[in-house]
Design a protein around this ligand. Sequence first.
Ligand code: 2HA
Ligand code: ZN
Length: 279
Amino acid sequence: MSTVNADQTAKALEIPFIKEMSEITQHMWRNGWDERNGGNVSYILDEAEVARYLDINHVIRVIEPAFPVNELAGKYFIVTGSGKYFKNVIHDPSGNLGILRVSNDGTKLELLWGLDNDAKPTSELASHFMSHIERLKADPNHRVVIHNHATNVLAMTFIHDLDEAKFTKTLWEMCTECIVVFPDGIGIIPWMVPGSSEIGRATAEKMKEYHSVIWPQHGIFGTGTSIDEAFGLIETIEKAAQIYMLIAHHEIKQRITERELSDLAAAFGVIPRPGILSV
Ligand code: 2HA
Ligand code: ZN
């Protein structure tokens, strides 16, 4: 086992995006959403932002991605490492996180910081990269993909119909603010083997239309223009799923009606995904 250098950790945590990744992974672990090595995060960084803290001309190691990513050529990312525990990131950022640049031809990953002791980027890099490509097409300000095993979302995929419109409507009905936070609804893919390019393609296909995608009996992907936004989206969906799980065995005496959901959307200036509300 490598010894964690306390001075190096303190210095790394002075870099804003390393601190942000370390804090959010710790937060998710404390929420119980990232047992063992569960979950992964990738975050697009500006070149100037990275150059302020690191020598961007010093490539520590070159990593071969499973597939070329021309669409992301020249982009910088901070990512969680494969097999790494969210619990440990804040105590050893450079052992558990890495800062990478996609080479100009899109065929290599140039490691600029972290992933100590030959660690690799997240096992879900395919899903992350393919999702970044689609979200960037939809929104040039997109930056963050977070995957975790949010407990109640996962539980809900056992007992709720996995039809996207029905699932979305149920979540909107659980908390007043849901329709405002995710008017575009939730994408859902079939159960698939994680870590593969196939699950990456299926997830990214949904990302063309949705900010968030559920992997049944596994977890959730949330995206956004910042860590706060991507995390806040997952937090809101998980809260709605928690309410659903809390009330699932009880008699419902009153609920938010479809009319009220429409009124909410109008009041907050959001357009609910068509085909979900009938009023
Ligand atoms: O182990 O969450 O989906 C990391 C994961 C894989
Ligand atoms: Zn997972």
